[in-house]
Design a protein around this ligand. Structure first.
Ligand SMILES: Cc1ncc(COP(=O)(O)O)c(C=O)c1O
Length: 400
């Protein structure tokens, strides 16, 4: 067996199951699940209709790079969303079966195994796929803490020179999971300069880009940041986007990668062998979803309402605030005197609300696990349920 598999950590949800072992929630209270980042709003009917209308496509093998129509829909969406020229659909856009598989696969395609072990830089706390992708590609993850004292920004200056020297890939997540932080133009600029100097690839995970709270200020994207400073070839940059959260279709498995044509050419080659082309009906439904913004605006409206109602309730007892974007409240539980795991365990045992301990999303780096003291609350349920969850969290805190 591949010995590298032994380095993989259990997924946070497995750790959560172990945490809950031997306790049961109160019988009289319905369960409210806010631990997993799975959107629970309904899938728009028109997406289902297009999927069904294209079932005839099941009779053919799909191309790895998808249909021209899907790549055109994605390129037009990028142009309209970021106010930049549409990327070339022949070389700069690749549909993927959800951003998760692509975030994993990019490391396998990019990492060159050398005498000195390559390094992959990841934010900390982070989406666990980055770590697994790095390890299985034979690289060493380097974790860069995002901390409240630094307003959860990625501080590139904290990466030592010798780490940059071996770095081949940097993952970043903007808007961030779990912090909701959006990277600013200056931070992108610094990262681009570092990439020019050290030659690493930037994998920008932007799957939460369409969930934000100020309709006039959508989160800055990586391609947009590159264009603003004339990096029109997006050199060494690939961004990952997804329909899962934007269009409430996590089960459809559909997203895209866009950016540097030279990287995408190799990535396409890798993917031909990996065998992860999107089924033709999924491609058709995806093209329709990328071409419609009305359902995305409605989706956003629901999140705006939930965050407006729930954030102040939770913030009465925990240190939290409206994130820049995304659908997580990242809440410091230290005012309660409980650890993140104890808070999580007792909240479920007493109030049947499930959240995720922040330490499960982080690793020890620089002497701390930066997720410790935090819980991640995913406001993915309906408005009434999220509100009830907020009230139960407040009641729990008051009971302590
Ligand atoms: C930060 C982050 N990136 C990527 C994904 C994967 O999303 P999908 O594969 O559905 O596009 C998730 C899912 O929760 C996520 O939280």
């Amino acid at each position: 067996m591949n010995l590298l598999l032994d380095q993989l950590q259990p997924y946070p949800f497995e750790k959560l199951r172990d945490l809950y072992a031997g306790t049961s929630p109160p019988a009289g209270l319905s369960e409210i699940k806010l631990h997993i980042g799975e959107p629970q709003h309904p899938t728009p009917q028109f997406i289902k209709d297009v999927l069904i209308a294209n079932l005839g496509g099941l009779a053919s093998y799909p191309a790895t790079n998808g249909s021209d129509d899907l790549r055109r829909a994605i390129a037009e969406w990028i142009a309209q969303r970021y106010g930049i020229p549409a990327p070339d659909i022949a070389t700069q856009v690749l549909p993927v079966a959800g951003s998760r598989e692509a975030l994993f696969a990019i490391a396998q395609a990019v990492i060159e195994r050398k005498h000195r072990q390559p390094v992959v830089i990841s934010p900390n706390p982070f989406y666990q796929i980055y770590e697994g992708a790095a390890l299985l590609a034979g690289a060493r993850p380097f974790f860069l803490n995002t901390l409240p004292e630094n307003d959860f920004r990625l501080d590139w200056a904290r990466v030592p020179e010798e780490v940059w020297a071996d770095c081949q890939l940097v993952y970043l997540c903007s808007p961030g999971n779990p912090t909701g932080k959006v990277m600013a133009q200056e931070e992108w600029q610094t990262l681009f300069e570092l990439s020019d100097r050290h030659g690493f690839v930037i994998a920008a995970d932007e799957c939460y880009s369409e969930i934000y709270f100020d309709g006039d200020a959508p989160p800055l994207g990586g391609l947009q940041a590159a264009r603003r400073i004339g990096r029109d070839d997006y050199r060494n940059l690939v961004m990952f986007s997804s329909l899962s959260k934007r269009s409430n279709v996590p089960g459809m498995r559909s997203g895209f990668v866009a950016g540097d044509a030279a990287i995408l050419k190799k990535f396409w080659l890798y993917r031909t062998y990996h065998g992860c082309a999107l089924s033709p009906p999924v491609q058709a439904a995806s093209a329709a979803a990328w071409r419609d913004e009305a359902h995305v605006e409605e989706n956003r409206r629901l999140y705006v309402e939930k965050f407006a109602q729930v954030t102040p309730i939770v913030a009465r007892h925990l240190d939290t605030a409206l994130p820049d974007a995304g659908f997580y409240l990242w809440a410091d539980v230290s005012p309660t005197g409980l650890s993140d795991t104890e808070f999580t365990r007792r909240l479920r045992a007493q109030y049947n609300v499930t959240v995720l301990p922040g330490s499960y999303l982080g690793r020890d780096a620089d002497g701390i696990n930066p997720g410790r003291d935090f819980v991640r609350i995913a406001l993915v349920a309906g408005l009434a349920e999220c509100r009830t969850a907020g009230e139960r969290i407040a009641a729990f805190c008051e009971s302590l």
